[in-house]
Design a protein around this ligand. Structure first.
Ligand code: ADP
Length: 355
């Protein structure tokens, strides 16, 4: 009985913690460190405040004239560890076990650290694990703690959206039709039930190798498709027999870099147009939600259709906005941060006057 009350109290605490996030969009900016071989002297990052303030500097303008200030819910500087990032989002992740729908995105140009944040580097050790491994590990740990009270089933789907077509990464055969998304992320994509973090590791390896098989140049292709790992949770309260459903979508978006139309043709141009269209559709949806607009334009891309039931309403959305610190990336960084500023509900004026 004590255990039962402890779990209920814990539930209530988490519930309160996440209540304020409901329907809101959180935007976390993460700046990746310089990599070996990159020139550290040429950076566009002027300063990182611990209050969510980021100042970037235009390398072609001397002095403060070229500075621009942004405010987000958080800014993680280059020394931030994977563990620190996860600790910040843990309450959000855990709310899935209370029946919430949560979407976590990584947005940014190719090479800015999206995959690092969501998954980790290639062949990660436990300390390098990204959000998706940590989230699943945490969900399993908490569901074990609650075992006497609530029985949880956890199912996983993994899909990729490339040129507005959806591929099931956990199946071996081809394109999955998603013309009628109806509650589940992709009704006819393979759903694998998992019992432990190691089951998940196995599945994710399968998903990643399926993704790799679809292309001779993995990095090229994977930066031009969106990948979505979805965790479905079903809980049964052993005492009251009431049930709950929650879902967690972990989305590694295609690279946001603008492609020079005069330089690409054919397949590359088509890809670029699809990416452009879906990222702006995503921006429009999140913007409409943040504005509490009565019309939310979900229909404009596969990405927003697939995520429709998990964006808006009582769902919670977090966007990691990834930044490459190199000065040569300044114009992409600026457009990334402008995208983020548009979807963020934090207002520059409001944050300043709170100081
Ligand atoms: P993207 O997914 O945006 O294309 P990646 O996640 O592949 O970018 O990151 C590009 C490179 O930078 C990779 O080699 C990755 O391991 C490295 N990297 C990114 N973020 C970090 C970080 N926070 N710490 C250490 N290395 C990082």
């Amino acid at each position: 009985a004590d255990k039962y009350h402890a779990v209920l109290a814990d539930n209530r605490r988490l519930h309160n913690e996440v209540q304020e996030l409901k329907g809101n969009i959180r935007v976390y900016c993460r700046i990746r460190p310089f990599l070996p071989g990159e020139d550290r002297k040429n950076t566009s990052i002027e300063s990182v405040g611990d209050d969510g303030e980021l100042i970037i500097a235009n390398p072609t303008k001397l002095g403060k004239d070229g500075n621009k200030t942004f405010i987000f819910n958080r800014v993680f500087g280059p020394a931030t560890t994977q563990e620190q990032v996860f600790l910040d989002i843990q309450p959000l992740v855990r709310s899935v076990l209370d029946g919430f729908n949560v979407c976590i995105f990584a947005y940014g140009q190719t090479g800015s650290g999206k995959t690092y944040t969501m998954t980790g580097p290639n062949s990660p050790t436990e300390k390098d694990w990204g959000v998706n491994y940590r989230a699943l590990n945490d969900l399993f740990n908490i569901s074990l703690e609650r075992k006497q009270v609530i029985d949880y089933d956890v199912g996983v789907q993994m899909i990729e959206i490339y040129n507005e077509q959806v591929r099931d990464l956990l199946s071996t055969d081809g394109i999955v039709n998603t013309s009628q998304p109806n509650g589940l992320a992709v009704p006819d994509a393979t759903m694998q039930m998992v019992q432990s973090t190691s089951d998940v590791l196995d599945l994710m390896n399968l998903g990643f190798s399926n993704r790799a098989m679809s292309s001779t140049a993995l990095n090229e292709r994977s930066s031009r498709s969106h990948s979505i790992l979805t965790v479905h949770v079903h809980g049964l309260d052993k005492k009251t027999k009431s049930t709950l459903r929650g879902s967690l979508h972990l989305v590694d978006l295609a690279g946001s870099e603008r492609v020079d139309r005069s330089e690409v043709t054919g397949d590359r141009l088509k890809e670029a147009q699809h990416i452009n269209k879906s990222l702006s559709a995503l921006g429009d949806v999140i913007f409409a939600l943040a504005q509490k607009s009565s019309h939310v334009p979900y229909r404009n891309s596969k990405l927003t259709q697939v995520l429709q039931t998990s964006l808006g309403g009582h769902a919670k959305t977090l966007m990691f906005v990834q930044v490459n610190p190199d000065a040569s990336s300044y114009s992409e960084t600026l457009s990334t941060l402008k995208f983020a500023e548009r979807v963020s509900s934090v207002e520059l004026g409001a944050a300043k006057s709170n100081k």
